[in-house]
Structure formats: structure tokens, C-alpha cells
Ligand binder design. Structure first.
Ligand SMILES: Nc1nc2c(c(=O)[nH]1)N[C@H]1C(S)=C(S)[C@@H](COP(=O)(O)OP(=O)(O)OC[C@H]3O[C@@H](n4cnc5c(=O)[nH]c(N)nc54)[C@H](O)[C@@H]3O)O[C@H]1N2
Ligand SMILES: Nc1nc2c(c(=O)[nH]1)N[C@H]1C(S)=C(S)[C@@H](COP(=O)(O)OP(=O)(O)OC[C@H]3O[C@@H](n4cnc5c(=O)[nH]c(N)nc54)[C@H](O)[C@@H]3O)O[C@H]1N2
Ligand code: SF4
Ligand SMILES: [Mo]
Length: 718
């Protein structure tokens, strides 16, 4: 009889990086529980963490490279054959049509995988293509563009110091369900309850009365896409009433007068109708925020996937700055992680080139994914003829996914690095499946950098990988080496680099990063090393967040740009929308605005193959307010057709006053009824894909991020 063993790691599924205690015997997982000794998560775990065992054991998970046959079935091939074929086809397509003929899309789990974080960028660079896309542009791109414009680096993102705040204003986020994003703080409901117990105030602004709103002192419905106006009006009140006080930030902040002039045009009374929030309520909210000892405004996905996402993220930062709450305990702070990603990744640049068909700007070398389908479908020089997807499912996760689905079928070649044959990867010619997350070591490099407390934790592999499998980073390294070797000299160089990286491995690279990072003291000093981090199986606490400005700023002059030109220029668009709204108000009471909704037992599109997470009643339902249902003659349990400019879908209805009148809500990541997928559990309760009706033409023009939230739709009884 084998002995039970206990294994400690950080969950890699979402940004909360909860400590897990996994009990295993031999190759079998007996239990997954929260690790009570983890200094950050203290035993918290959600149902997805427990479901890691389902991913590990899933018979549908690919364990060998697969090649699609002309008949549409999949055959097992060797790794050598797979690497060679992918490299040869990509090179051939670039030779025939130019570099940009190969496109790349990187999805969300890539960021949760340290090997990929280390190795994907140089693989992508080797292809020298401008057609690089990722899930960033259906997610946090506006945060990055605003941070770049204001603080000088796209990854210098302020994080709510939630454990010390006395006023927490949450806009367009539902951390009780999502477990927090760009705010790593496991066990969010405990933290919010603690905030209220110490006398703090929680206010939630959201078109749906969410699970987070249920814990709040106050919830305000807001019409989707109008947060920028609410923030402008709050700032108006602060400037008009002399409540602006930057404190120590004043010494290194530019543009206060410009901001003051900008917001003058947006008194609360002017925007109350548009936002759906009374002028008096806005003024009170602004005053309370400014008066709190430590306040922080936090805006997340609901604020960034909308037409004014970049403006909204800018104004969130601005509100924190003009009330002196940036870089202050209990405000919005900059963590100090053991590995500093700012040093490793580009600070960013916006619009250095534009997408070929629609002219959307690149940011930090990536184009907005809303443009991917047209780049594949539109003939001409630079047309994308091949695609490599990495840990992503853009058919379900990007706007007008149906069109992208059709576009993928026209590609000359597609390769996917993924563990499943899903709605996207079914189009691949070759799939390269990496090892599962329990079969490799990991470090949450990005999320420690976004954490509400400084901690460091290493996750060793629990199981040895099966003999003929490869880690994500090894896959990128092999492809890169083959692609880089165009001449004998390049080949030699590539082989040398490959040797060094294989020799160091993920551990070697992590050790160097710690030694030369903010807590390290070089090769021989007694600072932080990987050995020390490994010795603390539950993780090491490095203390609460500390003020870091102006030193941490990445702007050349080490000053904050409170009113960057990029954003003040874009106000023309903001004003135009307000003027249009005056004219067209209530122009049609048939039109509703469609928003998304996250659910605790989903993870974007890819965990619906776990029996444990999907049993119970169907979750992919359309929420509609009782007044709207009555007006349109819709009854509970009806199936309705949701029609937008680009398409339609049919979903069962739930009538609930938790959504604002005029708004309907459907979760994203469903729609597992496409032919050819190999997801046996997901296929049994497929749901429909929200992104079959979201519109690729609706973007935040400031940066090209998709405006997935607030899509105009009409309903018909199905
Ligand atoms: N369980 C679970 N957890 C997850 C994920 C998951 O799929 N499932 N996904 C992970 C990922 S990739 C991310 S990026 C994070 C996201 O984390 P969050 O940002 O917390 O995600 P959501 O729950 O989508 O919250 C967005 C909120 O914005 C609201 N909203 C929509 N439109 C508007 C608007 O115009 N204005 C305002 N004010 N609000 C609006 C929605 O009603 C919703 O409540 O979650 C992560 N965690
Ligand atoms: N309408 C609407 N659309 C949205 C959103 C929304 O709120 N509303 N949210 C958006 C957001 S915030 C995000 S982040 C995107 C997510 O969009 P994507 O990143 O495109 O999609 P995911 O569903 O996360 O798919 C992840 C894929 O990675 C694979 N995978 C999992 N682990 C690994 C691994 O370790 N290695 C490799 N190679 N593959 C792995 C899975 O099998 C799956 O195919 O969706 C966006 N789409
Ligand atoms: S909250 Fe996120 S990190 Fe924590 S157990 Fe759930 S999925 Fe894993
Ligand atoms: Mo995301």
C-alpha cells in the first residue's frame, strides 16, 4: 500500500492563486482542500480549485500530438514529426506570402503558466509577424493603455489595498464570484466582510445586483457603457467644491488644471439621465469618497470591455490621485513582487503600427483581436493565412465568434498548443498538447505583481509527466529553435540558446530572477533565492504593500501624467455620445443592452468538461428585468431569440430584478454544440455563446479593445 502524501501549491486557474493542499496516493488524487497555512489565502478555496483533479484525470485531455486527417478524424503523431511539420508549414507560408501571413493568438491560461510567460515571447518574436493577438484586447487592454499613458509602463497597474481601505468603490467587477482580477486577494468575501466590520464602506456600481453588491452598503445600477460619465461627474463635484487634495502626490503630478477644465463640462445633473444615477446620489458618492480616511476606486472587466473603457480606467486612476489615495495605505498601491515583470516586458507603445484592414492600433506589439477575423478573410498583401493559438479559445471568447469560426476554416494552416479539441482548436491541423498543471512546476509571476499583499510561493510538480509529453515552455523552445534556424550560423546560435535554456530549466531561470530581483542580493549574497522560497512550502509573507512613488514611476521625468493627451483628445468622442443621447433618449424601448456575467463554477470557456462543476440546473440563461419581460410578453422559462447586428442565438429566460431595466445578461464561454469538439461532458449541456451576438465593430476606439458589454439587442419569442 502506497503512503498518502501531502502536496502544496498555488492554484493556477484564476488570479487569486489560492494555496492548495492536495492529498495523493501514488498517481491518485484523494482530496484537494484549501491550505490553511498559506499566508495569503489562509485556507480559502473555490469549487474550481477542487476540480483541478477533474482536469488532471479528464479522458478528453490530449496527451499526445495529434494531426487532423482529411476525413476530419485525429491521428497520433510523434513530437518530432509535429514540431517539424508546424515549423515547416509556418516557414513555407511566410516564404510565400511574407511574415505577416502567420498570426498568433495567446489566451488567458498562458499568463497563469510560468513556463509560457518565460518562453512564449521569444517564440513569437522569432516569427517577426505583426499579426500578434491575445485575450488582452477582450479584457484589460484599457487598463494597460491608461497605465502606460499616466505612469509610463503598461504593467504598472495600481492594486486596491483592500485589507486597509475604509471606502471601497467597485465598478464593473464582481470579485466575490471572479475572485478578483488585477487585484490578487484570495477569499474576497472574507476581505469585504472584514472591511465592513472595521467600519469601512463598500459601494458597487453595476448594471446587475451582483453577489458582490449583495455584501455592499450601497449598490447603484448604471446603464452599461456610461461609467466614464459617472466618473467625470464625480470629479466635477470634487473640483467644484474644493475637495481635491493630492497630498504628497502633488509634488510629482502634472495636468491637474487640465483635468479641472475637462470635468467642468460634466456636472452631475447633465449626466444623470444617461447613466441612470440621480445627480444627488453622484454628488454624495463623490463627497463620501473624498472624505474617507483611505478610499480606493477599482474598475475591472465591466469598465474595460466597453466603448469608453480606456477613458474609464484613466478616470478611475484620476479619482484615486486627486483624492490623494494613490500610493497610500488603504488606497491604490503598487506591489513589490519577488520577480518584477516591469523589468522583463516592454513598457509599451501605442499605435506604432495599425491593423491592415481597419486601422486599429497596436499596443506593446499586439493588435486588437476584434480585427483577427477580417485579417484572415480580407485578401491582399499581409493577409493572415496561418494561425497559431496558444491556450485560447477565441471562437467563444472574442466578438462575433461565429465569423472567426468561419474564418479559421479558410486558413491554409493552423496549429494549436492546447490540452483540448475545443471550438477553436478543432480547426487546427496539428495540436501540440502540453503537460497538465499538476505535472509541472509553476510560479505566479504576474499575479504576485498584482497582489494586495507581498508574498512569494513556488509550486512544485505533483506528478512526473508521462514519458512522451512536453511542457508548454519546451514546445515553444523547440518551435523557436526550428524557426530561427534559417542559415547554418543561425542554427548554431539557436542550438546554443536552446542548450542554455534546457540546462537552466524553469527553476534555474526563476532562481536567477529572484536573486537579481527586488528581494535578492545577487549570486552570492544572502537575499532571496529559489531554495529559500522552495523551503517554505506554504509560501513566504513579505509584508503589506508599501508606498513606492515617485521612484516606481516609469515615465522619463518620474512624474504622473494626470491628463494625458491621448485621453483628453478622446473626450471629443465622449462628448459626442452625450450630445447624441440628449437627442435619442428612449428612442426605442424595444432595444435592450446585453451584458455578460461570470459564474463561480465556470472559468471562461474551458472548465465545462468537469462533471463536478456542471451538474445542477442549466446556467446559461438570459436574465431580464420583470418590466421588460412584461412589456415584451416574455414569461419565465420561455426561450427567446436574442438578435444583434451580427447574429442571433436562442436562450432560456430567467426573469429577475437583479438586472437593471433595459439590460439583459448572459454568461460567456458557453456554446459547446459545435461539431468536432471532443468535450464529452460540456457537450451534454452546451449552452449558447454570448459572443455569437457581440459585435466585432464595437470597440473602444482609443485602443481597439472589444466593447463586449452593452451590445444593443432585440428579443423575439423563439
Ligand atoms: N468564476 C470565474 N472566475 C473568473 C473568471 C471566470 O470566467 N469565472 N474569469 C477570470 C478572468 S479571465 C477575469 S478577466 C476576471 C474578471 O473579473 P471581474 O471583472 O470581477 O469579472 P465579472 O464578474 O465579469 O465582472 C464584471 C462586472 O461588470 C458588470 N458590467 C457589465 N457592463 C458594465 C458597465 O458598463 N459598467 C459597469 N459599471 N459594470 C458593468 C457586470 O455586470 C459584472 O458584474 O475574472 C476571472 N475569474
Ligand atoms: N462576451 C464576453 N466575452 C469575453 C469576456 C466577457 O466578460 N464577456 N471575458 C474575456 C476575458 S476577460 C478573457 S481573459 C477571455 C478568455 O478567452 P481565451 O483565453 O481565448 O479563452 P479561455 O476560455 O480562457 O480558453 C483557454 C484555453 O486554454 C487551454 N488551456 C488551459 N490550460 C492550459 C495550459 O496550461 N497550456 C495550454 N497551452 N493551454 C491551456 C484550454 O483548454 C482552453 O482551450 O474571454 C473574454 N471574452
Ligand atoms: S479562487 Fe481561483 S485560485 Fe482560488 S481555488 Fe478558485 S480558481 Fe483556484
Ligand atoms: Mo480575463
Amino acid at each position: 500500500m502506497l503512503e498518502e502524501r501531502r502536496h502544496y501549491r498555488a492554484c493556477n486557474l484564476c488570479e487569486a492563486i489560492c494555496g492548495l493542499e492536495i492529498t495523493a496516493r501514488g498517481e491518485e488524487i484523494l482530496r484537494i482542500e484549501g491550505d490553511r497555512q498559506d499566508p495569503f489565502s489562509r485556507g480559502y478555496i473555490c469549487p474550481k480549485g477542487v476540480a483541478l483533479q477533474d482536469l488532471h484525470n479528464d479522458p478528453n485531455r490530449l496527451r499526445h500530438p495529434a494531426r487532423r486527417t482529411p476525413g476530419g478524424s485525429w491521428e497520433r503523431i510523434s513530437w518530432e514529426a509535429a514540431f517539424d511539420e508546424v515549423a515547416t508549414r509556418l516557414r513555407d507560408i511566410q516564404a510565400r506570402y511574407g511574415r505577416n501571413a502567420v498570426a498568433i493568438y495567446q489566451g488567458n491560461p498562458a499568463v497563469h503558466n510560468f513556463g509560457t510567460v518565460l518562453s512564449f515571447p521569444s517564440f513569437a518574436r522569432t516569427l517577426k509577424t505583426k499579426n500578434i493577438y491575445s485575450a488582452s484586447s477582450v479584457d484589460q487592454l484599457p487598463h494597460m493603455v491608461a497605465a502606460h499613458a499616466m505612469f509610463g509602463h503598461g504593467l504598472l497597474l495600481p492594486v486596491p489595498d483592500v485589507d486597509r481601505a475604509s471606502f471601497f468603490l467597485v465598478m464593473g467587477a464582481n470579485p466575490v464570484v471572479s475572485n478578483g482580477s488585477l487585484m490578487t486577494a484570495p477569499g474576497m468575501s472574507r476581505r469585504l466582510e472584514a472591511l465592513r466590520r472595521r467600519g469601512g464602506r463598500l459601494v458597487v456600481v453595476d448594471p446587475r445586483r451582483t453577489e458582490t453588491a449583495a455584501l455592499a452598503d450601497q449598490h447603484l445600477f448604471i446603464r452599461p457603457g456610461t461609467d466614464a460619465y459617472l466618473l467625470l461627474a464625480m470629479l466635477h463635484v470634487l473640483f467644484a467644491e474644493g475637495r481635491v487634495n493630492l497630498g504628497r502626490l502633488a509634488a510629482f503630478t502634472d495636468g491637474v488644471e487640465i483635468l479641472a477644465a475637462v470635468v467642468r463640462e460634466f456636472p452631475p445633473a447633465r449626466i444623470a439621465d444617461l447613466t441612470g444615477i440621480a445627480a444627488q446620489t453622484i454628488a454624495t458618492l463623490a463627497r463620501e469618497f473624498a472624505a474617507a480616511p483611505a478610499a480606493v476606486c477599482y474598475g475591472r472587466v465591466g469598465l474595460s470591455i466597453q466603448a469608453f473603457g480606456t477613458t474609464a480606467q484613466w478616470l478611475v486612476n484620476a479619482l484615486n490621485i486627486v483624492t490623494g489615495n494613490l500610493d497610500r495605505e488603504g488606497g491604490a498601491m503598487f506591489p513589490k513582487a519577488a520577480l518584477d515583470p516591469l523589468e522583463r516586458f516592454t513598457a509599451g507603445h501605442l499605435g506604432a503600427w495599425k491593423s491592415r484592414v481597419r486601422g486599429l492600433p497596436e499596443f506593446a506589439g499586439e493588435l486588437p483581436v476584434a480585427a483577427l477575423a477580417e485579417e484572415i478573410l480580407t485578401p491582399g498583401e499581409g493577409q493572415a493565412r496561418a494561425l497559431v493559438t496558444v491556450a485560447g479559445n477565441p471562437v467563444l471568447s472574442t466578438p462575433n465568434g461565429k465569423r472567426l469560426d468561419a474564418a479559421l476554416a479558410t486558413l491554409e494552416f493552423m496549429a494549436a498548443v492546447d490540452i483540448y479539441i475545443n471550438e477553436t482548436t478543432r480547426h487546427a491541423h496539428i495540436i501540440l498538447p502540453p503537460t497538465g498543471s499538476l505535472e509541472h512546476e509553476n510560479y505566479a509571476a504576474i499575479f504576485h505583481h498584482l497582489a494586495a499583499r507581498n508574498t512569494v510561493k513556488y509550486s512544485p510538480a505533483l506528478f512526473a509527466p508521462a514519458s512522451d509529453t512536453r511542457h508548454d515552455w519546451q514546445i515553444f523552445l523547440e518551435l523557436e529553435t526550428r524557426l530561427a534556424s534559417r542559415t547554418p550560423f543561425e542554427s548554431l546560435k539557436a542550438q546554443f540558446r536552446r542548450g542554455v535554456r534546457l540546462g537552466l530549466g524553469v527553476d534555474g531561470m526563476l532562481d536567477l530572477a529572484f536573486r537579481f530581483g527586488p528581494y535578492g542580493s545577487g549570486l552570492f549574497g544572502d537575499g532571496l533565492t529559489l531554495a529559500k522560497v522552495k523551503a517554505a512550502a506554504h509560501g513566504l509573507d513579505l509584508g503589506p504593500l508599501q508606498p513606492a512613488l515617485p521612484g516606481r514611476l516609469w515615465t522619463k521625468d518620474k512624474r504622473i501624467a494626470l491628463a494625458p493627451k491621448l485621453l483628453t483628445r478622446d473626450l471629443t468622442r465622449v462628448k459626442k455620445r452625450l450630445a447624441d443621447a440628449d437627442v435619442s433618449r428612449a428612442q426605442s424601448n424595444e432595444e435592450l443592452l446585453l451584458i455578460g456575467r461570470r459564474q463561480l463554477r465556470s472559468n471562461n470557456s474551458w472548465m465545462h468538461n468537469s462533471e463536478r462543476l456542471t451538474r445542477g440546473k442549466a446556467r446559461c440563461t438570459l436574465l431580464i428585468h420583470p418590466e421588460d419581460a412584461r412589456r415584451q410578453g416574455i414569461r419565465a422559462g420561455d426561450r427567446v431569440k436574442v438578435v444583434s447586428r451580427v447574429g442571433e442565438l436562442v436562450a432560456p429566460v430567467e426573469i429577475s430584478d437583479e438586472v437593471m431595466p433595459g439590460v439583459v445578461s448572459l454568461p460567456h464561454g458557453w456554446g459547446h454544440d459545435r461539431p468536432g469538439i471532443q468535450l464529452d461532458v460540456a457537450r451534454r449541456h452546451p449552452g449558447v455563446s454570448l459572443n455569437d451576438v457581440t459585435d466585432e465593430q464595437l470597440v473602444d476606439e482609443a485602443c481597439g479593445n472589444a466593447a463586449l458589454s452593452g451590445v444593443p439587442v432585440r428579443l423575439k419569442r423563439a
